[in-house]
Design a binder for this molecule. Structure first.
Ligand code: SF4
Length: 350
């Protein structure tokens, strides 16, 4: 059955027109689904019962059933959802004081194969999420932020399970609803899409009318070192990724976030820091240093505190804004994929 929340604003208008209804009925539906966040036709009280019945014969709603909720010591909340086909996906409500951010997944699993990643190690790639499944996560977190903390979900980061730019069509569809005042109403300044560096996708994302913030997971000072931990670098070499980033037309108030996961003894030496500095020269960026904290799905080790501080100090001394990222929700396995991986393990799937 077709899912009504997979339709765009224009799609809803043409859907209702196909039943002989006026265009504004489509906009009413759009508002009910995304602004009010309803998940049944019965709740749409300003739409006639007879038309609701007709719609419910042809359309259903995306299934996103919460099956587990884990609360971290810092207040962040991780949700595990079951989808209609039995697959599992996760989202995190990141809580930093009154600042609420939603960490959203875009795929079940991921096909990028980063060697240090729990998703790649435990889940592999299962399928893309539909735009409805992406948007339903946001609606769920928006309701949770309100119900649990009395706060507004203000920010979205597409850093959950999956590579967002590997599911471009559904990502763009979801972003256009998220950015629409009549939809979810987020500012482009409050949305960040994180990628492992699909250069074609980055260019396409920046062709959208209001490009969102970009975070790129770099993690190495050279092509050779990167290809050893991120196979995606073989298809999208580091040099062309950096060229793409240097040439993006950025809003003057925006910077690209370059993520660097520090892996003990692999990419965390001062020599690595010097190579990374050289690499990113000319990119308008800030750097987030992420301390790898181990996973049963990989053999990498956490970096020492000393090497993390020296790495940061080196970058800062050379005029790069470099932050050691606060790991919200880290005690609930905040790294992508781990909770869903556990769920799949319990179900006995491979
Ligand atoms: S780190 Fe991100 S891009 Fe890499 S395999 Fe994991 S989910 Fe995919």
């Amino acid at each position: 059955m077709n899912r009504i929340d997979d339709l765009s604003a224009a799609g809803l208008v043409s859907a209702v027109q196909s039943y002989g209804e006026p265009a504004f009925r489509g906009r009413q539906l759009y508002s009910w689904i995304f602004k009010a966040g309803v998940s049944s036709f019965g709740e749409m009280t300003n739409i006639s019962k007879s038309f609701r019945e007709i719609l419910s014969e042809d359309y259903g709603f995306t299934v996103l059933e919460e099956v587990k909720r884990t609360v971290s010591g810092d207040g962040s909340v991780k949700f595990l959802f079951r989808l209609e086909d039995g697959e599992a996906v996760e989202s995190v409500l990141l809580v930093d004081g009154s600042r609420m951010s939603g960490c959203i997944s875009t795929q079940v699993g991921c096909r990028m194969g980063c060697r240090f990643c729990a998703t790649a190690g435990a889940v592999g790639f299962r399928r893309n999420l539909t735009s409805g499944e992406i948007l339903r996560q946001i609606i769920h977190l928006r309701k949770a932020a309100d119900a649990l903390f009395g706060e507004r979900l203000g920010n979205l980061v597409f850093m959950g399970m999956g590579e967002p730019l590997d599911n471009m069509a559904n990502l763009k569809k979801a972003l256009s609803v998220a950015l629409d005042e009549e939809g979810l109403g987020f500012s482009h300044r409050r949305i960040t899409v994180s990628t492992c560096g699909l250069t074609d996708g980055i260019k396409e994302l920046f062709e959208m009318p209001s490009p969102v913030n970009l975070a790129v997971s770099v993690n190495a000072p050279s092509q050779k070192a990167r290809a050893a931990i991120m196979p995606v670098s073989l298809k999208y070499p580091l040099a062309s990724l950096m060229d793409t980033l240097k040439n993006l037309e950025l809003d003057r108030r925006k910077r690209i976030t370059l993520e660097y996961v520090l892996l003990g003894g692999v990419n965390d030496s001062l020599e690595d820091a010097a190579g990374f500095l050289k690499l990113i020269k000319g990119v308008r960026a800030k750097v987030n240093l992420i301390i790898y904290n181990g996973s049963k799905y990989s053999d990498f080790k956490s970096p020492s505190e000393d090497s993390v501080l020296k790495f940061q100090e080196y970058l800062v001394k050379n005029n790069v804004s470099a932050f050691i990222r606060k790991r919200l929700g880290s005690d609930i396995e905040g790294a992508c994929g781990q909770l869903a991986a556990g769920y799949k393990g319990r179900r006995g799937d491979s």
